[in-house]
Write a protein of this length. Structure first.
Length: 379
C-alpha cells in the first residue's frame, strides 16, 4: 500500500480531535477505513450487556448491528474467542489468528462478515476495563487485496494513539466536571463504581484533609473513619453505577458520615447520585457517581415523612416519627404527636438509627434536616 506521512498524520489528528469531541469519532473511524483502503472499519466493545451503542462503525447497517448484539456477541464466535486471548495493543490478522479455513467455515464469517464484504481484516485489542475490552478493526472486501505486513506495521503505529485518546477523553471529561463544581461552597467528588476518587473540587479536598469530618481517602478510595459508614457510602455509590435494564442507573441516596474525633461536630451529610458520562465510545466509559458533601447543620430544610420513607426505607410509622424529630420535637413530644407510647417511640427510634446509619439523636436530626431526595416522592 502507499501510506504517506501526511495520511498517517491526518488519521492521528482526527483521533485526537475525537478525544475532545465525542461527535468526531465517526469521522475518525471513517478516516481510518479510507487510509487503509478498507471496506469496513469499527471501534467496538466486547463484554457484558453489549448494545448497539457500544460500536462506532462505517457503513453501519442496523440489521447487522442487531444481529451481532443478539447472536454473535453472546454466542459461539471463533474470532471473538481468539481475540480474547490476544495481548493488548498487539495488531493481528484475523485469518492468521484464527486460521483462514476455520474462519471462513464459521457461522460468524458466513452470516455476519461475508454479507458485509468483510473478507479479511486487521485488528487490535486496545485496552481492558473490568470484564470488557475495546478493539479496533479494519476490513477489506472480496475484490480487494489482502492486508500485508506493512499495513500491519502502520496500524501498530496508530494503536497507541487510539489508546491515549481514550485516556485524554476521560481526563478531559473529569476536568470539565471538576471545573463546573470548583466555585461551589459544598464538596463534590466524582468516583468510580468501586469508590475510587476520580476528581474533586477545592471544598472536597479541604474536607478530605480535615480529620474532624470523618471523611478520608485510603489509597485513592473514598472512605470514612467508620467501617459501617464506609459500607453505607460504598453501597450508595455501587447503586448509582449499576445499570438496570442496561440503561438506567440506580438513584443513590443520602447518608451521614459521623465524626469520631470531635464530639461537637455532627459530621458530613453526603448525597450520592449517578453521573452520566461519555468515554472512548458511546457507553464505553466506566460508570461514575458524584458525591455531594455538606457540613451537617441544624438549619437545613426538613424533608417530609414521605421523602424520608422513600430515602431510608422507613415504615410509615417510623417516617412520621422521624419527621417529627426533624421538626424539632423531643422524643416524648414526637411520641405524643403521633399517638404512640414513649416505649414504642424508642423502639421506632432504634430502627431509624439502624436504617439511617446514625448513632444518636443529634446526628439523626442533622441528617433528616439536610436530606434532599434525588427523585420526587409524594408527601
Amino acid at each position: 500500500m502507499s501510506f504517506t506521512a501526511d495520511t498517517l498524520s491526518s488519521v492521528i489528528g482526527k483521533i485526537y480531535e475525537a478525544a475532545y469531541d465525542q461527535s468526531a469519532w465517526t469521522e475518525a473511524v471513517q478516516s481510518l477505513r479510507k487510509a487503509f483502503n478498507g471496506s469496513r472499519a469499527c471501534f467496538a466493545r466486547i463484554g457484558p450487556d453489549v448494545g448497539a451503542h457500544d460500536t462506532i462503525a462505517t457503513e453501519c447497517d442496523s440489521y447487522f448491528v442487531a444481529k451481532f448484539v443478539n447472536e454473535h456477541a453472546i454466542g459461539p464466535n471463533v474470532l471473538k474467542e481468539a481475540v480474547d486471548a490476544v495481548p493488548e495493543q498487539v495488531v493481528y490478522s484475523d485469518h492468521a489468528l484464527v486460521g483462514g479455513d476455520k474462519l471462513r467455515k464459521s457461522r460468524f464469517w458466513n452470516e455476519w462478515m461475508a454479507p458485509q464484504d468483510m473478507y479479511g481484516g486487521l485488528g487490535c485489542k486496545l485496552f481492558t476495563k473490568g470484564r470488557s475490552y475495546w478493539f479496533v478493526d479494519v476490513q477489506r472486501g472480496r475484490n480487494q487485496a489482502d492486508f500485508q505486513s506493512d499495513d500491519q506495521a502502520i496500524l501498530q503505529q496508530i494503536v497507541p494513539h487510539l489508546a491515549r485518546a481514550n485516556q485524554l477523553s476521560e481526563q478531559f471529561q473529569l476536568k470539565t466536571i471538576s471545573s463546573a463544581f470548583e466555585n461551589l461552597t459544598f464538596g463534590a467528588i466524582v468516583v468510580s463504581a468501586d469508590a475510587r476518587i476520580l476528581a474533586t473540587n477545592n471544598a472536597a479536598e479541604a474536607m478530605l484533609s480535615e480529620p474532624a469530618t470523618g471523611l478520608t481517602s485510603r489509597s485513592g478510595v473514598l472512605a470514612t473513619q467508620d467501617s459501617s459508614s464506609t459500607l453505607t457510602l460504598h453501597q450508595l455509590i455501587a447503586d448509582c453505577c449499576r445499570l438496570f435494564a442496561e440503561i438506567i442507573p440506580g438513584t443513590g441516596g443520602d447518608c451521614l458520615i459521623p465524626s469520631f474525633s470531635d464530639e461537637n461536630y455532627l459530621g458530613i451529610a453526603a448525597s450520592v447520585g449517578p453521573l452520566p458520562s461519555e468515554g472512548f465510545l458511546p457507553g464505553s466509559s466506566e460508570p461514575k457517581a458524584i458525591v455531594l458533601l455538606r457540613t451537617a447543620r441544624p438549619e437545613f430544610s426538613v424533608a417530609s415523612a414521605g421523602q424520608l420513607r422513600a430515602l431510608f426505607k422507613l415504615s410509615p410509622a417510623e417516617a412520621r416519627l422521624a419527621a417529627a424529630l426533624a421538626g424539632g420535637l423531643s422524643l416524648k413530644e414526637a411520641a405524643q404527636s403521633n399517638h404512640i407510647t414513649l416505649k414504642t417511640a424508642r423502639t421506632y427510634l432504634e430502627a431509624i438509627f439502624r436504617k439511617t446509619n446514625s448513632r444518636q439523636q443529634s446526628q439523626l436530626v442533622a441528617l433528616l434536616r439536610h436530606v434532599q431526595p434525588l427523585v420526587q416522592t409524594s408527601r
